[in-house]
Ligand binder design. Structure first.
Ligand code: NDP
Length: 332
């Protein structure tokens, strides 16, 4: 079988040379392990951070070892009492066609309740991230204005929709006109602004007649600088991601948020979804209910084929995805 190893630690935007395709035998199971055939792999922006050898909330990928990430697969052999052939499972799997997974590292999903890919998107890590960052830190109130950057992506699209459910006015920021149309006409955002246009600053101002009460930040950089000029008194800012800087070769410089935050008594708080593991079940139930009631919608960009995993990952930094970026490896 094929697996993908990290070949070197990329500087700047990674290229294909960062990835090595390696031929390996299908793993032999030990006790309490399950052989999982990969069906869908998730590519996520945080994986860029794992390519750097630095201390973080999650250890770096090791050089010349297999890359791992969120995935959905099918059990094809089991040495565990907890799983049997045919079970559909999710967990962290290898960027490989088959993974020998510990039975503690995967969990069963019910393919009859929702499409299996939703466990990597709206019902999985990105959906939970949106839920906790927005509701626990952002705390949107009826009639307030919520701005979300990276709005047409996996996390951002859920943030905006939950904010609408809570009665907020929602403004999205994204990088193409197609995404802007999608946010307004499909997801019901009140306004959306393309940050790549020369008129971005003016368009943003026009979209924010009442300022910003909650800014859910997925991207950082110049987009965030612009939003900071519109903060209202007591604004809340869940700091979720800063994808604009993940490929930077030197430290960020730019306008600093301090004076805008002091003047507005704003609250900015970083978080990772892992802070909320104790409450995952409640959140997953809420998200599942809203999805089944048609109150939440989602989009997926599915790249087909194992050989295209690196392209899909790199696409995140070019904005080639609408909604969750996934790679389809095999049919169930
Ligand atoms: P997305 O599905 O949003 O994909 C990434 C998107 O980022 C692209 O589609 C692109 O959209 C946008 N983007 C890329 N480069 C830039 C740039 N230079 N400036 C502005 N936007 C850019 O990814 P996710 O929803 O999975 O993740 C969104 C953010 O949330 C990331 O920063 C990620 O690291 C973070 N995150 C944090 C978690 C946590 O626990 N704190 C958990 C999960 C994600 P466009 O066309 O609009 O440019």
């Amino acid at each position: 079988q094929q697996e993908i190893h990290l070949a070197n630690r990329p500087v700047g935007l990674p290229t294909m040379t960062a990835f090595d395709f390696v031929e390996k035998a299908i793993p032999v199971l030990e006790e309490n392990e399950v052989l999982v055939r990969t069906l869908y792999l998730s590519v996520d922006p945080y994986m860029r951070g794992r390519m750097i050898d630095a201390k973080s909330y999650i250890p770096p990928f090791q050089l010349n070892e297999v890359i791992t990430g969120g995935a959905v697969g099918e059990v094809i052999d089991s040495k565990s009492d907890a799983f049997k052939r045919g079970d559909v499972v999710t967990g962290n799997l290898n960027w490989a066609e088959y993974t020998a997974a510990s039975d503690k590292a995967i969990r069963k999903i019910d393919p009859t309740l929702a499409p299996i890919t939703t466990h990597l998107g709206i019902l999985g890590m990105p959906g939970l991230t949106a839920y906790f960052g927005l509701l626990d830190i952002g705390k949107p109130q009826k009639g307030e204005t919520v701005v979300v950057s990276g709005a047409a992506g996996a996390v951002g699209s859920v943030v905006g929709q939950i904010a609408k459910l809570k009665g907020a006015r929602v403004v999205g920021i994204a990088g193409t006109d197609e995404k802007i149309d999608y946010l307004i006409s499909e997801l019901g955002f009140d306004a959306a602004v393309n940050y790549k246009k020369d008129s971005f600053a003016d368009d943003l101002k026009e979209a924010l007649p009442n300022g910003v009460d909650v800014y859910f930040d997925n991207v950082g950089g110049v987009v965030t600088d612009a939003v900071f000029t519109h903060l209202n008194k007591f604004a809340r800012i869940p700091l979720c991601g800063a994808i604009s800087s993940y490929n930077n070769e030197s430290k960020e410089v730019g306008p600093r948020p301090q004076s805008a935050m002091i003047k507005t008594s704003a609250l900015m708080k970083g978080f990772t979804v892992g802070d909320y593991t104790a409450d995952f079940n409640t959140a997953a139930t809420d998200l599942g209910t809203w999805l089944s009631e048609g109150k939440l919608k989602y989009e997926e960009t599915i790249v087909e084929g194992f050989e295209h995993i690196p392209d899909a990952f790199l696409g995140l930094f070019k904005g080639t995805n609408l909604g969750k970026m996934l790679v389809k490896i095999a049919d169930p």
